[in-house]
Design a protein around this ligand. Structure first.
Ligand SMILES: Nc1ncnc2c1ncn2[C@@H]1O[C@H](COP(=O)(O)OP(=O)(O)OP(=O)(O)O)[C@@H](O)[C@H]1O
Ligand SMILES: [Mg+2]
Length: 408
């Protein structure tokens, strides 16, 4: 392979997933290998044990390397958790009219102006995405460079995270002997994988129900406008089931995956689920309706929290394409229909779209983030550390914001 592969590393709460791809032509790639290992060092999207996480990363990367037949040296890693927060900001600058119209440096200046917000020293900017420009009052401008006008405005979406948590992810990646090319907020990556360009343009909410967190991100006019992480997801369904039917979590997880449904009306009163006691031949029967009641109540509560986030975004009226539900938690039987009832929007289940190469290996919502991280790297090659950032900033307070503008 002439160029180094693009590698996505999804450090999730339940699994660590590595996706290795080869860029076949600008903006396009083919998946060469996938590795999945059990994640042991995270809680609710946050690293709580560096050593365990390093071990899990190594196992996942080694498997992907074997499948791809190539060595992985650097990765694009995802970041999530309730510490990640986002806000929209605005900035405006006067443009010195010359013959060439608005220049790259005018765009740089207005993005800097929009980023003059007080970011506490314990937080770090992960993304700064320009959502749209306004030139002399004309809004909805995508690429102002070369246009004529005297006043340039921008609306930016800033994503920040707690520095300590970000550093922990970086430490785990480096501890596994890998270079970290950049961090990408997981819902941004997931959106790249499961939503069509038309959905991202028209307005869509991506809801990624993982093991430890449920990420909510709203996109419109091609870019992200709101994001939040809810610290409840699939593992909480398993815990509730374990308590409710008095069995260890491993057995509760098995029952959830094989027998549980939130479509309680489809479960007859006479149906039963067999519960095995670990390490013994003992078997017990519990009503399948009880299992359904437990998982339904947790999944409904979670979807109600998702609904609150959609409302809080102030953008719910702009979701013309509805909701794409993804992550392993979206696979809980009956969830799509329940989500339509609770969210009062059309809902579809999101699998990674338009995958070339190894498509059957990643054909599940649990691979949405891993595939999305690769796609992010392929679609934004300027953000990869091997190539210089297109926008260079003077050494200044802007240093903290640099990573952000690399997306511009
Ligand atoms: N078929 C299924 N039915 C129900 N739940 C499922 C199914 N498959 C996976 N899950 C659940 O999905 C969750 C894992 O999803 P996923 O792999 O997307 O999480 P993750 O990326 O590791 O975690 P996070 O994104 O929270 O860090 C687990 O709670 C698991 O029980
Ligand atoms: Mg995940």
């Amino acid at each position: 392979m002439s160029r180094s592969p693009v590698v996505g590393l999804d450090v999730g709460t339940t699994k660590i997933c590595t996706v290795v791809a080869e860029v076949t032509e600008p903006g396009d790639a083919q998946i060469l290998g996938v590795g999945v290992s059990r994640s042991l060092g995270l809680k609710k999207g946050i690293v709580v044990d560096v050593e365990d996480t390093v071990r899990s990363i190594r196992a996942s990367v080694a498997e992907a390397e074997r499948m791809a037949g190539t060595e992985v040296r650097s990765v694009i890693a995802g970041i999530t958790g309730s510490h990640v927060s986002s806000m929209n900001t605005r900035g405006a600058v006067a443009v010195a009219g010359d013959d060439n119209g608005i220049s790259g440096s005018d765009v740089q200046r207005v993005m800097e102006a929009a980023s003059v917000v007080v970011i506490p020293p314990d937080r770090q900017v992960i993304h700064a995405v320009p959502r749209g420009f306004t030139v002399d009052g004309q809004d909805g401008v995508r690429r102002p460079i070369g246009m004529f006008g005297s006043r340039l405005e921008v609306e930016m979406h800033l994503v920040t995270g707690l520095r300590a948590f970000i550093d922990n992810v970086a430490q785990c990646v480096e501890g596994a002997g890998l270079d970290l090319e950049r961090l990408v907020m997981e819902p941004i990556a997931t959106g790249e994988a499961v939503a069509t360009p038309a959905e991202l343009e028209l307005g869509v909410a991506i809801v990624d129900i993982g093991g430890g967190t449920t990420d909510v991100a709203l996109f419109g006019e091609g870019s992200i406008g709101y994001s939040a992480a809810i610290p409840i997801a699939g593992n909480h369904v398993t815990y509730d089931l374990a308590v409710g039917v008095r069995t260890p979590t491993e057995e509760a997880e098995r029952i959830k995956l094989t027998q549980a449904t939130v479509a309680i009306d489809t479960v007859g009163n006479e149906e039963h689920v067999e519960i095995r006691a670990p390490g013994s031949a003992e078997r017990r029967l519990v009503p399948r309706r009880l299992v359904a009641e437990i998982v339904l109540s947790r999944q409904r509560e979670l979807l109600e929290l998702v609904k609150s986030e959609l409302t809080a975004s102030g953008l719910v009226d702009r979701l013309a394409s509805g909701v794409v539900l993804t992550g392993g938690g979206a696979l809980l039987h009956g969830t799509r229909k329940l989500a339509e009832q609770v969210l009062e929007l059309p809902v579809r289940i999101g699998l990674p779209l338009d995958v070339r190469g190894m498509s059957s290996s990643v054909n599940s919502p649990i691979f949405a983030t891993g595939v999305g991280l690769v796609r992010f790297g392929v679609r934004h090659p300027e953000t990869r550390s091997q190539t210089p950032a297109p926008v260079a900033f003077a050494q200044s307070a802007w240093d903290r914001l640099r990573a952000l503008f690399r997306m511009g």
